[in-house]
Each structure stands twice: as structure tokens, then as C-alpha cells.
Ligand binder design. Sequence first.
Ligand code: ATR
Length: 253
Amino acid sequence: MRFGIIQYPAKLSLSEKIFNEYFKEININAIYEGININPEDFDLKIKNILDNYFGLNITVPFKERVFKYLSAATDSAIFLSAINTIHKGIGYNTDWIGFYNSIKNEDLNGKIMVFGAGGAARAILYGLYKLGIDKVVLINRTYDRAIKLKNLFDKKMDIKVLDFDKLNEEIKDTNVFINTTSIGMFGEKIPLRLSNNINLVYDVVYYATPLQNEAKEKGIKFINGKMMWYYQAIENLKIWNIYDERIFNKIKL
Ligand code: ATR
């Protein structure tokens, strides 16, 4: 069985590493590969890839471009305009489910602030909506992008968009802070100080960031992006019909 992740540029993803370990553990004859396509060649190559892989992931910058090559997509993938998992010609979005399952047992009472307004923010807002959250504050460097996201969720939740320079002021009475940007991946700092009010920090970055370190120092609970990856991976394995909970639990992230 062949599996893979369609991506650009080439990189060794957590998916490639962990899924191959998992395949060994469950003893199936399968391989998971990084499939690197130059965006210019996408339309030329995608059909052949779809025909030759049992299960696929698809990531930036192709999550939207793949729609027209599939026979169907789930409602959530259509709403989010993003597919990250494919099986038998059907497109799924498991990013939001990954977020949902990684945060569903946390205390989400009080004010929630989402930072960033890209693809990850879209999936996370959808996850919050599915968790029954009806109000969030959204701050992004580019204001207009945040407004677009607010409009997308128009009928679903009340999103208050604030200017980027309000970040530090607004954080003072925030209870849950969610970073959806890649800031921190290379040690960069988000221009804010975590206040005493915060009881949960969620950071989509996989590895330790200054934000996560600050939370740790201040004794604030934080969840990092590996958990979102972990729970979306479970959903992928379920879609591909190869999920064994006991064995997947044993894999170290
Ligand atoms: P993803 O799919 O990972 O969310 P994206 O759609 O490119 O990626 O979105 C990246 C997000 O991170 C955006 O909200 C972006 O802000 P802009 O909309 O202003 O571009 C934010 N971002 C990335 N680098 C940033 C930085 N150095 N400072 C502030 N925001 C940043």
C-alpha cells in the first residue's frame, strides 16, 4: 500500500516519520512518502498521483487546488476550502478535528483570543465553532485578512476583529490564547506578554517556542502543535481504515 503527502517545498514531515514507524508496528506492507510537486507541475501530475496512492495527505500550497480533481469532498472541507486527506477520490479536512480533539477537554470558559488569520486559523475557528464557542477575538497582522475570516463565519460565531497593535492590551483579560501563526518556529517572539489571566495557551508550532517557554515559566498550561497533528493523524488512519488505537498510542511523537 502506498501513502504519501503532496507538498512543496520538499521536507521531512512529521507524517512521513511517524506513519512509517506506525506501519512497521502494525506490520503492514505500506510506505508513506513525501511527494514533492513544483506548483507549476501540479495540474500535470496530480491525476497520476491520485490513481497510484491508497491514501494521501495534501498540504500547502495545494489544499485548495486539489478539489477539482476529486469526485467529492466533505462539508467541512468545502466550508474550509481546504483538503488535507484523500481516500478513494474523496477529500476530507481533518485539521479542524485534530484541533477539536486536542482541546475538547480543556476549560474554554472566558475570553478566547485567536492570533493569525491564515489556513490554520480557519480550521481552528471551525473547531471552536464545533465545540460550541460562539464568541472570539481575532487579531492578525493584516487586518483585512481577519475581516475576511470574520465574514466567512458570519452566521456561525461572533468574531471581534481588533488591530494588531491592540494585542498586548487585549491579552490582559484574555483567558485562552491561541497562536495559529508560525511565529516562534525559529525563536521569534510574538509581541506580547502573557498575563495572569491566561489559563491556557495553544500554539500550533510543533516545537518549543518563546511563547511556550513563557507559558511554562509562568506555570500556564500550554498545548503545542504536535497534539493537533496527532489527533488529525488518528482521523487520517481511520479514513484509510488502518487505525489500531493500541499500537498508535505506543508511537512516540
Ligand atoms: P497557515 O496555513 O499556516 O495558517 P498562512 O495561510 O500563510 O499559513 O497564514 C499565516 C498566518 O501567520 C497569517 O495570519 C500571517 O499574517 P498575515 O495575514 O498578516 O500575513 C501570520 N504571520 C506569519 N508570519 C508573521 C509575522 N512575522 N508576524 C505576524 N504575523 C505573521
